[in-house]
Design a protein around this ligand. Structure first.
Ligand SMILES: Nc1ncnc2c1ncn2[C@@H]1O[C@H](COP(=O)(O)OP(=O)(O)OP(=O)(O)O)[C@@H](O)[C@H]1O
Ligand SMILES: Nc1ncnc2c1ncn2[C@@H]1O[C@H](COP(=O)(O)OP(=O)(O)OP(=O)(O)O)[C@@H](O)[C@H]1O
Lengths: 232, 232
């Protein structure tokens, strides 16, 4: 899979388009709004001012040869539906569209859209799960009670080394590897420290936490709670 | 933490409010729009028609006693800013607000909002990472182009050892640790394999991938793409 058309370069469309481009895909962004098209130049492969509800335009842009299309038009439901029908007619193999509400979503499915996204609803659910964990920027569960968290370094841990705060040895990983892993009893695994634009993967014990650090930590839920709460 | 006020019951606000309620929190939802207030009755603890930019109203509703507040008003930036200032003045300990754009977000931070959410941008990035791959269950970005992905093991990799598929040595982590980390050039880091209810952390090179495995992989975006695409 190599190329994607993104129709509608609002916040949702722009964010998909830029991320896809950074992932190495060829991205053609289409929007009727000239300013928005200008803003995207250089951030994606091609940024074109055009009306995606015009079949000739889509065909001339080579829509038929793209691997996927994302219809990121939100509030203009008519444009969203029309572009989706055209993409389906033209034969783009994978069409994803965002929907304003369930009726819009159901309609999109009926006209051949393969996957429907509800951006606001999805971020709302996500936020609800991390609401009271303010230092926890993100959480990925691995098992029922073990997960990887992205945590802002708690103020009072700044200046401490990993050894001080009881994070496991960098060797932790290797030791685990040699034993074939499966240990969630060893405490906090400091997987990485994101600092500025860079990242320290498996930092060693002498590493000192600095202001602004973002910690990528693997730990059992209870250990994580202790770590964060001892952290606050 | 037990109770949350959600101001603005659009799609984002409604989704946070309902999810929080389902998670066991007490949720007070406030909106000026009567229909929206009606729709939420029964789905959250209290649903009230009120203007959140009115300080007396917020005080009468007991805002002071809530553990957190989410300002989910989006396009009405003035309402968003005013409610946020009031919540801060009233003393709600944790205030989270959604922002329409960076300027809005920066302004919210300046007036005391603790955490800013950009729903559309966040769903856009998330979608980009799983667009072509039903296999990517979840993605956590660490830096601009390096992230951790939770991936269903691709069928044709089953039976291969980590060595076969080019995942880095278990020693990868230690080597990095000794060098002080910052390497994102070494390829795919197989951080863990989730298998059944258990988890292998830093599995060694001889580990054979099995059907049903879920791989926790650290990699630069382009390497991840190659890994997954070679996978399909
Ligand atoms: N027919 C069309 N062809 C191309 N682009 C279109 C068409 N109709 C709308 N757009 C573009 O789609 C973009 C997104 O439109 P929308 O009205 O959904 O904005 P939005 O809801 O603010 O988006 P977001 O929430 O992603 O910021 C706009 O930039 C708009 O110009
Ligand atoms: N001062 C206010 N007090 C209470 N509710 C308000 C106030 N101002 C706006 N709202 C409500 O906030 C809700 C969200 O408003 P907004 O204009 O952001 O809609 P939206 O952008 O479509 O939201 P979403 O994207 O979450 O669906 C609306 O239901 C609106 O009635």
């Amino acid at each position: 899979a190599n190329s994607v058309i993104v129709i509608g370069l609002g916040r949702f469309g722009t964010s998909i388009a830029h991320t896809l481009f950074q992932l190495g895909y060829d991205v053609l962004g289409i929007d009727t709004d000239e300013k928005v098209v200008q803003d995207n130049l250089g951030h994606i492969t091609y940024s074109v001012q055009a009306d995606a509800t015009n079949e000739d335009t889509l065909r001339e842009l080579g829509a038929r040869n793209f691997d996927a299309a994302v219809v990121a038009v939100g509030s203009d439901m008519q444009s969203s539906l029309m572009s989706s029908v055209l993409l389906s007619t033209i034969g783009v193999p994978l069409i994803i569209a965002r929907a304003e509400n369930e009726l819009h979503g159901t309609t999109l499915e009926k006209i051949g859209v393969h996957k429907i996204i509800y951006p606001e609803q999805e971020s709302g659910e996500e936020l609800a799960h991390s609401l009271f964990n303010e230092n926890v920027i993100e959480y990925m569960d691995l098992t029922l009670d073990y997960g990887i968290s992205k945590i802002k370094v708690p103020d009072h841990l700044i200046g401490n080394t990993l050894k001080d705060i009881g994070a496991d040895e960098g060797l932790y990983f290797t030791a685990l590897g040699l034993q074939g892993g499966t240990t969630t009893d060893k405490g906090i695994a400091m997987i990485a420290i994101k600092r500025g634009k860079g990242m320290l993967l498996a930092p060693d014990q002498e590493e000192e936490l600095q202001k602004g650090d973002i910690l990528i930590v693997g730990a059992k839920d209870k250990q994580l709670e202790k770590f964060r709460l001892s952290a606050s």
